[in-house]
Each structure stands twice: as C-alpha cells, then as structure tokens.
Design a protein around this ligand. Structure first.
Ligand code: YH5
Length: 279
C-alpha cells in the first residue's frame, strides 16, 4: 500500500482517509453568466469547505454530468484561473477536474496540485501535459461518452473490466515517467454504470483498485443513492455518508464529496471506532 500521495506542493499522508471537497465553477442561473459573481461564489464556497475540514479541493469548470454542454478550453480557463489564483494560499492542495491537455498545462503552471481526468489520461497529449510535473493524477474509469453513457451500460464482468482499465492506465502513466506515488485510481461511479454496476464496484472496491496505488471514490449525491432512497439530489446526505463510510471501510484513501462538514464528522466517529480495533 502506498503510504503517501505526491500532490504538487504537498505530500499527503494516506494513513487516514482524506476528504476532497467539490467546487463547481459553472455560471448558474443566479450569476446570469457574470464572471465576477461566479468567481466570488466559487471562492467563498471553497474557503468554506477548507474551514469545514476538506483535505483537497476539486475545482471543475466544465460540467461532466450526463447530458451537459461542452465548454471550450478558453472558457474553462476563464472560469478556473481566477479561482485557482485566489486559492493559492488556502493551505490545502487544489485539484482541477479537466480532460483537456491545454487546460492541464496552463493550470499546472498556475499552481494546480492535482489533475482529475474523467477520461483517464487516455490521449498521448494528456499524458504529455502532466508527466513532467509533480502533480497527483486521478485516473477515472468511464464507459462511453458523458452524453450517452447512461443509456444502456453493459459489462461482462464490471469488476474485472474496470480494474483492467485502471491498472492499464496506471502502467501507461508509469511508462511515461510518472511515479506510482502520484497516481490515484477511481472506478468512476455513475460514468457508464447501472445502479447494480455501481453497488457491485463499491462492494468489491479492494479488488477494483488493488493495493499499488492510492484510490478515490466519488458517489456524493449521485443517482445510485437516489435509486435506493427515492430522494432528490438535495436530500441525499444520509445516503452519501453511508457510501463514503462503506468505501473507507474497504480501504479507499480519498472520498470526493459535496458535504464536507458532515463527512468529516462521520469519518471522525469512524476513526474513533477503529482506534480500538484489534489488528
Ligand atoms: C467522480 O466520481 N464525478 S462530476 C451527478 C449527481 C451528483 C454528482 C445529482 N467528477 C467524479 O459529481 N471526478 C464527477 O447527481 C468526478 N470521480 C472523479 N475523479 C459528477 C458528479 C455528480 C453527478
């Protein structure tokens, strides 16, 4: 098992589970497309997540939800750069959620500590953009394309197929000179998976992500929770805590969540239970 993650300016211990807080910088109906408004809102939100105990922030300037609109690299950078700059001294590493090599190159210059690529650094250009830095790399599995991936996801053996994809991707990164201590593997919950696929992957996490690399899961508020509880996205906190704890119990290192304060509380209680556990 890796004992730390090399994450740009930071070296994160993996001895206790880490919480990654989600910061979306997509101009919403409130901001009416106003750049300063969405920058301010994202910075305020990010700073609140740090105060709540986030160990890492994940900034996204492009919506990757099923059916979302494509955004140009220029537009993505216009959204990301002022927020990245404003977070430079925030005290925790900043991850950028992007699959565009040109965006990766620029944000690494400006101080991003981690690149989170839902396309798993699948192109040679993406690997080239990140290899020579010392940022962490989150390599996520996705079947198909965001627009259509949820239509009818099919696997023969979802655990074996996702594992093979992740290990193959990690080998490709290492062949390009990336050390194992920079690599994070993520099964990609909800990205071309049925509800059953998602729960099978969660149950079998140790076998999906193995022991050679750090691991991350993102299940917060996703439809795999709504499918069980019948609740809309705004009311999925309880379910989100349940899946986060189940993942941590199976050895996952990083949980990507919206609700940082409540997740941190749940993990503290969890740690207190485990503290008395026999080896
Ligand atoms: C992830 O799993 N997910 S964006 C639909 C929802 C709620 C949340 C209400 N980026 C992941 O968070 N990066 C996203 O229904 C990610 N792993 C990594 N590494 C989707 C998202 C969401 C979608």
């Amino acid at each position: 098992m890796p004992d730390h993650l090399q994450c740009g300016r930071f070296r994160l211990s993996l001895e206790r589970p880490l919480v990654m807080g989600i910061v979306n910088i997509t101009p919403d109906s409130f901001s009416d497309g106003n750049q300063h408004f969405s920058t301010r809102a994202a910075l305020d939100h990010a700073q609140r997540l740090v105060a709540e105990g986030a160990d890492i922030l994940d900034l996204g300037g492009e919506s990757t939800r099923p059916g979302a609109q494509a955004v140009s690299a220029d537009e993505e950078l216009r959204r990301l750069l002022p927020v990245l700059e404003g977070l430079r001294g925030c005290g925790v590493p900043v991850s950028v959620d992007t699959c565009k090599p040109e965006v990766m190159r620029v944000v690494l210059q400006v101080g991003a500590d981690m690149i989170n690529d839902i396309r798993g650094f699948g192109s040679a250009e993406a690997v080239e953009a990140v290899a020579a830095s010392d940022c962490a790399l989150c390599l996520m599995h996705m079947q198909g394309e965001p627009r259509t991936m949820q239509a009818n996801p099919v696997y023969q053996d979802v655990v074996a197929e996702v594992r093979q994809y992740l290990f193959g991707g990690a080998r490709r990164l290492q062949a390009a000179g990336v050390v194992a201590q920079r690599i994070v593997l993520d099964p990609g919950f909800g990205f071309g998976k049925s509800v059953d696929h998602n729960y099978t992957l969660l149950r079998e996490l140790p076998s999906v992500v193995g022991t050679l690399y750090a691991s991350l899961v993102g299940m917060s508020r996703k439809s795999m929770i709504g499918a069980v509880t019948g609740r809309p996205a705004s009311q999925r906190l309880g379910g989100s805590i349940a899946v986060a704890l189940a993942a941590v119990a199976r050895g996952v290192h990083i949980v990507r969540v919206h609700d940082v304060a409540d997740t941190v509380s749940a993990l503290k209680v969890w740690a207190r239970i485990e503290q008395g556990a026999r080896a």
